[in-house]
Design a binder for this molecule. Structure first.
Ligand SMILES: Nc1ncnc2c1ncn2[C@@H]1O[C@H](COP(=O)(O)OS(=O)(=O)O)[C@@H](OP(=O)(O)O)[C@H]1O
Length: 327
């Protein structure tokens, strides 16, 4: 089959001749849930994402107070979107009833720049602060976000690479189209270890945001999923301060922090009708976004050899950066 034909099948939409020719210039690899992944600007992504990312890079103008939730998939994006939305809008909605999170998935409330927005020629609305999200690595964000003089804020969530791999694996197993054929745990693991995963290599994604958070802590807040799990209230306070809307002493006394944590908890969101039966981004079923939310589930799935292999890679890649994950 001609490669250009494979590109078209992969993309599920008409590609211009120019886009096809451009894809032919990029290194490519087998994909996880599409036929191919392409190495674009130093990270792996799907054909149809490239056009949207280019549009995001060319047209997005960061505004003062914009908030961008950033992550590589499966590290707690849905959770961080819910937490950020609840904190920023806590004076608009009652946390216990009629809150938008009770009827909308967090991905519908905090849209992805490269999916919901620029993939559909939508530009972010005028509301202030504008709350948006991205999986794009730090180095590939539009310059206006990265400029120190711009007061937009970036909140990044990371997760230990073992649970992240497991989470992606389970997610992909559910949504990978049958016509792409089998994709074993071992094959996926090898690709992950080689850095071939959406928006990866995984370590480069984390390091990009981590280094920026060290250099410019006013701009980027770097969070770890496991630490949020461990002490959500402490990190909610940190997040609210970073976003410029700290909880007041009165709010603390009234239990507002606990209310935000409860509203956004896995246990609460997973049981909501919208998250059991609804769909968001590109018709993904919301239920697939809520699996076990466990820390350390990887121990039940990895062989000793896999543990050694991924530990060695992570040690090498993160060496000297100051970033580490407890496993
Ligand atoms: N509210 C809340 N609290 C804690 N953990 C949560 C929450 N919501 C989702 N999850 C777990 O996060 C994993 C999905 O990651 P993402 O949200 O980053 O996925 S995505 O990139 O948006 O598709 C996935 O982890 P695993 O259960 O390990 O697969 C989800 O279960």
């Amino acid at each position: 089959m001609a490669f250009t034909q494979l590109i078209e099948e992969d993309d599920h939409q008409e590609l211009s001749q120019e886009s096809k020719e451009f894809l032919l210039t990029l290194p490519r690899n087998k994909g996880w849930r599409t036929r191919n992944l392409y190495l674009f600007q130093g990270f792996w992504c799907q054909a149809k994402e490239i056009h949207a990312i280019l549009s995001f890079q060319q047209h997005f103008q960061a505004q003062a107070k914009d908030i961008i939730v950033a992550s590589i998939p499966k590290t707690g994006t849905t959770w961080l979107k819910a937490l950020t939305f609840s904190i920023v809008n806590r004076h608009l909605f009652t946390l216990q009833k009629e809150h938008p999170l009770l009827t909308s998935n967090p991905h519908d409330l905090v849209p992805f720049l490269e999916y919901n927005l620029y993939a559909n020629n939508n530009i972010p609305g005028p509301s202030r602060p504008r709350l948006m999200a991205t999986h794009v690595p730090f180095h590939a964000l539009p310059d206006s976000i990265k400029m120190e003089s711009n007061t937009s804020r970036v909140v990044y969530i990371s997760r230990n690479p073992f649970d992240t791999f497991l989470s992606i694996w389970h997610f992909m197993s559910k949504i990978r189209p049958d016509e792409l054929g089998p994709f074993s745990f071992e094959e996926a693991f090898d690709m992950y270890c080689n850095g071939v995963v959406g928006y990866g290599p995984y370590w480069e994604h984390m390091l990009g945001y981590y280094k920026e958070s060290m250099k410019n802590p006013e701009k980027v807040l770097f969070l770890k999923y496991e630490e949020l799990k461990d002490n959500i209230e402490f990190h909610l306070k940190r997040l609210a301060e970073f976003l410029g809307c700290p909880f007041s002493a009165e709010e603390e006394r009234e239990g507002v922090i606990e209310d935000v944590a409860k509203l956004c908890s896995f246990e609460n969101l997973k049981e909501l009708d919208v998250n059991k039966n609804g769909k968001c981004i590109a018709n993904f079923e919301n239920k697939h976004l809520f699996r076990t939310a466990k820390v350390g589930d990887w121990m039940n799935h990895f062989t000793p050899l896999m543990v050694e292999q991924l530990s060695t890679i992570m040690e090498q890649k993160l060496e000297g950066s100051g970033l580490a994950f407890k496993i």
